[in-house]
Design a protein around this ligand. Sequence first.
Ligand code: SF4
Length: 350
Amino acid sequence: MDWKSFKSPEYNYRFNRKTGFFARWGRNFGENPERSPFGPEIADIEISTICEGVAGKLCPYCYKSNTEHGRNMSLSTFKTIIEKIDVNNQLTQAAFGLGATGEENPAIWDMCTWLRERNIVPNGTIANASEKTMDRIADNFGACAVSNHFLSSDKGNGMCYDNVKRLTDRGMKQVNIHYVISRETYENAFTVLRDIKEDPRLKCMHAIVFLSLKPKGRAMNNKFEQLSVDQFSKLIRTALSMNINIGFDSCSFPKFSKAIEDLSDREKLLMIAEGCESFGRFSVYINVEGRCFPCSFCEGEPGWEEGIDVLSSDFIGDIWNGTKFEEGRMRLYTKGGECPVFMLDSQGNI
Ligand code: SF4
């Protein structure tokens, strides 16, 4: 049984657990529901804040400022959280918030087994993992992203490409590269695009996902700078002209929409892109303490200093369909999909 389906008069989906294919519709196939009132489709769960960096070096732009002195979520807390947010059996995927090696929290594999028993697919992002962890990722995850931290590793892009190959060699079909775009990483992004076309290690990868630098944590302390609209546009257009599968974080949707303004296939491209899914629309973030935020970037921002405790709440009634998420969602709608928490600068960056 590869398919998971959800049916209701106004909100429906079909999800293929093997391929990751997902289609959502409303009262009919032509209608696109604004949100799922039943709970999130995807839960981003931070199961560890421990990260020793890549090859012993902490990433200079980590928005979480994670170090080796972090903490792990226990298996029992994880189970309670999932049970609370999946009361309607609507959750399709759990995306683990992990450290660079994927093995910082030893309970991760028990979490995977338990999720699979509930028909939920575990996913995650790593940078450089051991052989044993790679085996376990291939056995357990639906999709895995490999972060390109060429600034943190002497091996440059090669470390990322090797790790992509180690996963695709194990038969994984949904292996992406996660690439943080900033002025400091901009030129190298074009090298990676060329390599996707030419480097045999990347032959079986799925897509490159561009993540806009967030003005938080070490990125802010180290004065990393975000891209201008023109730079973003040039990068996106280059990737599209090379027929490379791309993705981006949902916060970049307004910028993406601008970047493709005059392209003839704009409508088609917009259909595969999605704006912010937080605030009770389709996804949610829970941190290692079991506190809920609209997304991981909102943690600690004004109005979201503490988040909402999931363990002591009725998740669907108090949080997902509660007033705090609803207020943010209304701001999101009235601002045409722009972030309700961060002010956009003149270049459309949060
Ligand atoms: S709330 Fe803002 S920062 Fe969070 S995903 Fe939406 S657009 Fe991005």
